[in-house]
Design a protein around this ligand. Sequence first.
Ligand code: SF4
Ligand code: URA
Length: 243
Amino acid sequence: MDNLITHIRRRLQTLQELGFQIWLSAGSDKSAIVGSSFSAEISASQPDDKLTRLQALSKEVAVCRKCPLGSLRKNPVFGVGNPDADLVFIGEAPGAREDETGLPFVGAAGELLTRELAKHGISRGEVYICNILKCRPPNNRDPLPQEIAACEPYLLTQLDILRPKMLCGLGRFAVMTLLRRPISIMKVRGTWRLYHNIPLFISLHPAAVLHQPQNRGYFEADIARLAAAYHRRQESLPQPTME
Ligand code: SF4
Ligand code: URA
């Protein structure tokens, strides 16, 4: 029993290092998990492998200076979520709030995304959320090609560890970067492509929707369609459009 408690404590510590906020119930010697801001499902019987590998990669990112953004950031934003997630969201780069907290999509855009997912019964704790760039570009300018080239290998390693069933690229810039060609987001939103053989859903960016409230309905429709595919994932995976 003591071993189990030690094991659970260690896992909780690791999850906290990865950005989960977990409260332990005071006065309980069983360390019961009474809540988590991302309602992480934690099972003591899961193998530690993914978590250990993610943690090692996140430590590498924490000291990375492969591009100049490494010395401009306040905090690296590695990514957060369920190591066994079937769905991984990929944004462009951290913004101001993300740089402050070290967590992805925690600003207004992130709140909108979280709310929209919740409407379809998807919690942040069951998915995984990250960005192409792990450090914030000054004044939220677009990432430069050399920054993307330096940072994308981290994303690929992250996906190799997570092995999700599907991805969601958020916004024109992230999707263009992943697909390596210019796109018209209004034309391709709501459809599926492939990124390194993983089905990639294309959605408007929640921040773009905050700036252009007239597009809100499109974003809601994107997340609804993504959620439908996600809920069907055990029976069938999305068929990407080949171009
Ligand atoms: Fe390293 Fe990526 Fe940060 Fe550049 S943006 S310093 S490549 S982690
Ligand atoms: N926009 C992004 O693309 N990523 C974040 O983490 C926050 C806002």
